[in-house]
Design a protein around this ligand. Structure first.
Ligand SMILES: Nc1ncnc2c1ncn2[C@@H]1O[C@H](COP(=O)(O)OP(=O)(O)O)[C@@H](O)[C@H]1O
Ligand SMILES: [Mg+2]
Length: 347
């Protein structure tokens, strides 16, 4: 199973520029968490801090009993082996085909034979839906396929913690759903602790067990998905509904595409945009039929049951409803299991 990542009082600045301060959260072992926030709020900086690529000046990051901000570089090197990371651009080597890209960490960090390597590479390429594309160069494939290849490469060393920076950037909504499904399937298959950094509302609503939100240099909230999805906290609500009404404004370093979309909405006579009218909580994505059950589900239910009384009323209600729904669904699957398996498409 994946390991827990416990972050406490973390503060990061570049020179006099404070990126965020006093961030405290625990990524529960083996669960999927998402960190949301408008562009420029320091999500990527946070992700890089977790693997020790950037050094926050205050706080602690305890992984497997080791505070990576205090430990020796040798210890940090060992801790880093627990991680698989998908950077925002996929970070593939342009001159290597997908097979060699995915095989790279194995050739670099292990003494495995080429036949052992082949077995692992093909297995991971299959998991991300890229079987058959081994000979392609990164420049010959779509952005979605590059992300999948980056994901396959992040998986080859059997990571216990997987960090994924904006798996959806540059992808259309359908491809985003496919990659979301892949992330859930990976969690089902290897039970790793996963942190997804994103500003995609659909992904945020359907994929993670836990959600956190960064805004104005603070972690506004972090907790079980039901807490954020039912929250009345203005910035959380605005973000998860994608509306213009709320504390997040034009000046919060939005990218040009976002600004153009907003302008188009205004031009069309809408005043807020977004999906404000969505009622209740969308059910969480499940592993593709045929995959192992996500062990995180039962563990999380147990964990959330313990803290239930500490949560806001609306979140408690939503959790109880989802538990009920879960039970009805398993009854349904027990009697009349849907046998359709989603096709794996190459993106
Ligand atoms: N290595 C760096 N040196 C100086 N400033 C940086 C560095 N990396 C990121 N920043 C700054 O940190 C802020 C947050 O960046 P980032 O984490 O990329 O935001 P996000 O991923 O949420 O869009 C930005 O203002 C960015 O310019
Ligand atoms: Mg980023």
């Amino acid at each position: 199973m994946g390991v827990e990542v416990a972050v406490e009082g973390l503060t990061k600045s570049f020179g006099s520029q404070r990126i965020w301060q006093d961030v405290t959260l625990t990524l529960p072992a083996g669960e999927v968490s998402a960190l949301l926030g408008p562009s420029g709020t320091g999500k990527s900086v946070f992700l890089k801090s977790l693997i020790g690529l950037l050094r926050p000046e205050r706080g602690s990051i305890v992984i497997d009993g080791t505070d990576i901000l205090q430990c020796s570089s040798k210890e940090l090197y060992e801790i880093r082996k627990l991680f698989g990371v998908l950077f925002q651009d996929g970070a593939l080597f342009g001159s290597m085909n997908l097979y060699d890209n995915v095989a790279f960490p194995l050739r670099e960090h292990t003494k495995k034979s080429e036949s052992e390597i082949r077995k692992i590479v093909m297995e991971k390429l299959e998991l991300v839906g890229l079987l058959g594309a081994e000979d392609k160069l990164p420049g010959e494939i779509s952005g979605g396929m590059r992300k999948r290849a980056g994901l396959a490469r992040a998986l080859v060393l059997d990571p216990q913690i997987i960090l994924v920076d904006e798996p959806d950037s540059g992808l259309d909504p359908v491809r985003t759903t496919y990659i979301s499904q892949t992330l859930i399937d990976i969690n089902a298959e290897i039970d790793a602790t996963i942190l997804i950094v994103s500003h995609n509302i659909n992904l945020a609503r359907t994929v993670p067990d836990n959600i956190g939100m960064l805004f104005r240099r603070e972690l506004v909230m972090f907790g079980p998905r039901e807490v954020l999805l039912t929250s009345d906290e203005p910035v959380v609500k605005q973000f998860l509904n994608g509306t213009m009404i709320g504390p997040i404004g034009m000046s919060e370093e939005k990218d040009e595409a976002t600004m153009a979309q907003e302008q188009a909405l205004v031009d069309a006579g809408h005043h807020a945009g977004g999906v404000e009218d969505v009622e209740g909580i969308v059910p969480q994505m499940k592993a593709t039929p045929g995959m192992p059950e996500r062990q995180a589900v039962a563990r999380r239910q147990e964990r959330v049951r313990h803290i239930l009384h500490t949560l806001p009323e609306a979140a408690q209600q939503a959790i109880l409803e989802s538990l009920e729904h879960e039970n009805t669904m398993s009854d349904f699957i027990g009697s009349e299991a849907p046998t359709t398996v989603l096709p794996r498409v190459a993106l």
